[in-house]
Structure formats: C-alpha cells, structure tokens
Design a protein around this ligand. Sequence first.
Ligand code: NAD
Ligand code: DAU
Length: 358
Amino acid sequence: MILVTGGAGFIGANFILQWTAQSDEPIVNLDKLSYAGNLNNLLALEGDARHHFVHGDIADRGLLSALLASHRPRAVLHFAAESHVDRSIHGPGAFIDTNVNGTFALLETVLAHWSALPSPEQAAFRFLHVSTDEVFGSLVAGEAPFTERSAYAPNSPYSASKAAADHLVRAFGRTYGLPVLTVHSANNYGPMQFPEKLIPLFIANARGGMPLPLYGDGLQVRDWLHVIDHCAALRRVLEDGRPGEAYNIGGGNEHSNLEVAEALCTVLDELAPKEEGSYRSLIAFVADRPGHDRRYAIDAGKMRRELGWSPSRTFAGGIRDTVRWYLGNTAWVETVRSGAYRHWIERQYGPRSSGAAA
Ligand code: NAD
Ligand code: DAU
C-alpha cells in the first residue's frame, strides 16, 4: 500500500494510472479536489479496489493519522500542491497554506506515525516529495543546467513555497531520520494537464479560435518532460533512491515558448486543419509575467547514473500524442473549463489582451 497526495491532479493521476497498469499494490489517494483536482482523470479506476480515494486536505492531521493507522502505507508520495505560477502571483496565500503549512502538517503527522513503526517497517518506509526545478531560479543562455547541488534561488511565490517545503522535508530527514527523497522535476506535459498551463491552454485556445498569449518576447526556455517519463522516474526513485538524497528529473528538451507554440500549431495544422489558414496566426505577444524566469534546464545525470533512468519520449512525438489526446478528449476539456476557470482566465488575461481564452 502506498499513500499518494494530490492524486486527482495532472501528474498524480497519471502516476496512479501508470502504477495500477503495472502493479497490484493498492493506493490511497488523498486529494482535497481544488480547482485542479479532477476525479474524471481516474474514471478508468472506478470500481477498482486498488484505488481508494479520500476527499481531504493534507493539513487535516486527524484524517491523515487515521489513514496512516488503518492503511499502514509503505510510502507517501507527496504531489499535492498549488502548482500554477501565475496564480501564485495573484494570490500567494493559498500557496503558503498548502505548499508550506500543508507539507509541514503532512510531515509532522507522517513522522509521528513512522516513529511508532517497528524497525523493519521504519527502515523500508519512504516519503517522496515531488518538487520542482523552479526552486533553483533562472539560468542565462549557455549556463550549465541545474544539478542537485545548484543553489536555491526561487523567484516566484510558487517556487518560494516549494523551496520552503523542500527545506522542511530535508530537515525532517536530517533531524528526525525520516527516510525522505526529494525530486526536482522539469516542466511536465501530456494528457490531463489543467488548461491553465502553456501547452493545454494553447491547444484549447487554438481549437476555440482564440489568441495564443505568449508572455514577453516568448523566448523563455523550459525543459519539457513527458508526464509518463516523469512517473517512471518517480517509481525508480521510490524503489532505489537513497534516503536523504535529491534527484533532478528532466526531459533533455529545451525549447523556447515560441518554439513550443509553433510546434503545437504545426501539429494542429496537420491533425485539425482550419479553413482560414495556419493556427500560427493566433500567436499573440502579451505583457510579460512579473519576475519571469528566463530559462530552466535540468542535468538528469544522477538519475541516469544511479537509477538507470532516462526519458523515453522525444519532444516531437510527445507533443503529437498530447495534441491527439486533447483533440480526442474535448469533453474532458469542456468540463474543466468551468465557470470558476473562466473567472480565472478573465483575471489573468483580461488586462493583457481581451479574449485570450474561451
Ligand atoms: P495540479 O495542480 O494539476 O494538481 C494538484 C493536486 O493537488 C490537485 O488534484 C489538487 O486538488 C490537490 N491539492 C491541492 N491542494 C491540496 C491540499 N491542501 N490537500 C490535498 N490535495 C490538494 O499539479 P501537478 O501539475 O499535477 O503537480 C503535482 C506536483 O508536482 C506539485 O507538487 C508540483 O509542484 C510538482 N511539479 C509539477 C510540475 C509540472 O510541470 N506540472 C513540474 C515539477 C513539479
Ligand atoms: O518547471 C517546473 C514547473 O513548470 C512546475 O513546478 C510548475 O508547477 C508548472 O506550472 C510549470 O511552471 P511554468 O511557469 O514553467 O509553466 P507554465 O505552463 O505556466 O508556463 C510555461 C512557460 O510559458 C513560462 O515561461 C510562461 C509561459 N506562458 C505561460 C502561459 C500560461 C506564456 O507565455 N503564456 C501563457 O499563457
């Protein structure tokens, strides 16, 4: 039995689907179903006894203690977070509540449970914290990619809250001996990503004939990692990662946002051509994100050397599959683009340019 937090979100749900496709070990999935949590992501597991969903907050210590006591998981995989940088700029409070205070409550509760376990179970136990490359700040062109030894330099309220969580996780490992593992992962993409993030937002907007709003000059660079590769990496870290260590997980796919937008348009032009010409005409440059990090790049050498993991997906193939998924799952997209989501779009893009999204 493993306990996953945030398993109704993008990466958590992909992880659970991959896990249940490869293992019979059951999962408790604790998720508060924020705007980003979507049980439709896990419809394939309806009635499957291996997936036990619990609606709740990671900060609810009573609920968590009861879950740990009754299920006795061998590991906790901590995905739950507020995850969108732009939202953290408009309202950092929720990021402190969940990413910092929520992670702290989770750590204290897990520690109390772990401390009372018999020593063989204590030794086998793992707490895997899913963090981000954004805690390392921004690289300039030509600078070496982030390693696990890169200095922390978070620039957004989101990355600062994740950095705070990382430090708490590390401290619980060093001070109390909790067997913790931390991963710093690059930008994920793939099926079921909430359409506030660059790739699903641009696909949805393109299909709706709406502008594709590129911040600033669009030349910011991200390292794109297919979520399926990410989930496989997490399994490797869980099984053979060394407690107390951090692991950087990247796709080895550095692309500017403009290149990503153009790649999406090329695939859309082929798979869903529109009469009026290329989707490229929808690309629109809008005001930049405050504090926008210029470049992220990951050195995933430690994952390769120590755990034998490397990404299997090319960016071209991954983007194609991702566009196909969104084209084939318009009902999923429509459901998540609910009233609350439209309110967010209004707030985020209204002052930048009108009609950025449906
Ligand atoms: P997401 O926003 O899609 O999903 C987050 C999930 O956490 C949702 O299901 C939500 O309901 C749940 N949640 C939020 N607050 C909660 C709380 N207080 N208690 C219980 N559940 C709560 O996020 P994601 O993109 O799947 O990211 C998952 C994790 O991976 C996050 O920790 C994020 O920081 C990290 N990460 C994401 C990326 C990326 O590119 N998406 C890259 C690196 C790291
Ligand atoms: O690097 C890992 C991080 O990647 C994760 O920790 C975060 O949870 C995840 O949201 C992601 O953060 P980014 O800020 O890099 O992702 P986002 O999809 O929001 O933006 C990707 C790039 O595209 C970034 O440079 C901002 C730009 N962008 C984004 C949006 C939504 C645009 O130009 N226009 C947009 O409308």
